[in-house]
Design a protein around this ligand. Sequence first.
Ligand code: URA
Length: 210
Amino acid sequence: MNKNIHLIEHPLIEHKLTHIRKKDTSSKEFKEFLDEITRLMAYEVFKNIKLRKVTIITPMAKATGYELSERVNLYPILRAGIGMVNGFTNIIPSAKVGHIGMYRDEKTLMPIQYLFKYPKDTEKDTFNIIIDPMIATGNSAIAAVEILQSKGIKNLKFVALIASKQGIENLANKFPSLEIFIAKIDPKLSKSGYIVPGLGDAGDRIFGTK
Ligand code: URA
């Protein structure tokens, strides 16, 4: 496996992922579990975020501490990526949120972009995270990375919950230096481009639509 694919394995993630996959899990529970799993994944994602040394005064003495020196920008792929935003902003409340609007053409399974909004000042000292719970064919993920790159946005990571083997390989082969964080890799894709066993349509399950 590409060294930039980080499979985050943890008993709590395994437990929550099992619940989220069940077809009878309600939309409310689905959102809560997704939020919790994202928070757990965030610890790993931010492991290498840059810090700067600062001097502080505690009630007792002067001391040395460290503060984040990179700003965090999140780029959820609509709609389902929205379901992972809270998990990150809980950990980094100052994170700014761009939006990448794409839908899949049902015949070709290729993404069609309809929106891209992104924070100002993306050039320097930013830690940019594209989020989407599912990497199915990898086509939308690839398109999202290309959209950000076309605006000169660097220091990109991709965080997803479940990827198909084929989808994550497509993404990693296209961008070998992209850091990809994933909680589970599933073996198959259905003919209509759904991950199997997966969890169904993440957007529908988050928003209670069909
Ligand atoms: N998007 C989803 O929400 N689920 C899949 O299985 C594939 C793409």
